[in-house]
Design a protein around this ligand. Structure first.
Ligand SMILES: [Zn+2]
Length: 257
């Protein structure tokens, strides 16, 4: 199994939205990331798809104001750098359906991946409930309510056939963020948290996001404690949801075997 971190540009938002802090003016670079997994049995798997190319017209003004897109790299271009096209992807796993993770789905129109989109049931229900009741938050209906899409839902922690990839469902940030434990030869186990923990700093200093994204801080801390236990159990390295320095460093590693 080979994994590659794909850098898909960045948002530039107030730091306190990612990590609680007193200064509500300070800005932070929030990278957009996807992970390509080349699996010997399951084929090419993509974890998250980045922003929509039409973000400037598709995202609500309030979203663009809070989370301005400072740099956009399409998932299509990032795959091209790896010698792949959307048609080469066999499966898409979405950590959750927020705009910066589900926005690139439409590049997969007409491909086999579009019929094989894995997401947690809790997340899918939450996303549709939010958009259909007019409380969309960071969900944009048009990004994932696509005619030909077929979701495959998981409702518990799941090891994918063929081994090497274990999905786990977290109840923080949204009710069903799917994280991953990846087995690599060169780096050992890697835990991908997605947005339940945005940055290394947030994890090490145990600081939750300061914005309105978590309903309660308890969710953040319960999940943080679970990740800490998993880090020990699997002797794992951690890859966080939106840590700019970390994403660039992991992208530089190239293909991780
Ligand atoms: Zn995100």
């Amino acid at each position: 199994m080979k994994i590659s971190v794909l850098y898909l540009g960045r948002l530039e938002c107030r730091k306190y939205h990612l990590i609680e802090c007193d200064d509500h003016k300070e800005l932070i670079k929030s990278p957009i990331m996807s992970i390509l997994i080349e699996h010997p049995i399951l084929g090419n798997i993509l974890y998250d798809t980045g922003n929509s190319p039409y973000y400037s017209t598709e995202y609500p003004a309030s979203t663009l104001e809070t989370y301005p897109v400072a740099e956009f790299i399409s998932i299509e271009d990032a795959l091209k750098e790896k010698g792949l096209t959307p048609a080469d992807i066999d499966m898409i796993i979405l950590s959750h359906l927020h705009f910066d993770h589900a926005g690139g789905l439409r590049y997969f129109t007409g491909t086999k991946a579009m019929k094989n989109v894995v997401v947690s049931e809790a997340e899918l229900k939450n996303a549709f409930c939010q958009v259909m009741t007019g409380k969309p938050g960071a969900y944009v209906k048009g990004l994932f309510d696509l005619e030909e899409i077929r979701f495959k839902t998981i409702d518990k922690d799941t090891e994918l056939a063929g081994g090497g990839i274990r999905l786990f469902i977290q109840n923080s940030h949204t009710p069903g963020v799917t994280g991953m434990i990846l087995e690599t030869k060169s780096m050992g186990n890697v835990i991908v948290t997605s947005d339940t923990i945005y940055t290394c700093d947030s994890y090490q200093k145990e600081l939750p996001p300061g914005g309105p994204i978590n309903k309660t801080k308890k969710e953040f801390y319960d999940n943080l404690n679970r990740i800490k236990a998993m880090e020990k159990e699997y002797s794992a390295k951690l890859l966080f949801g939106h840590d700019y320095e970390q994403v660039l460093k992991w992208k530089e590693k190239g293909v991780i075997i």
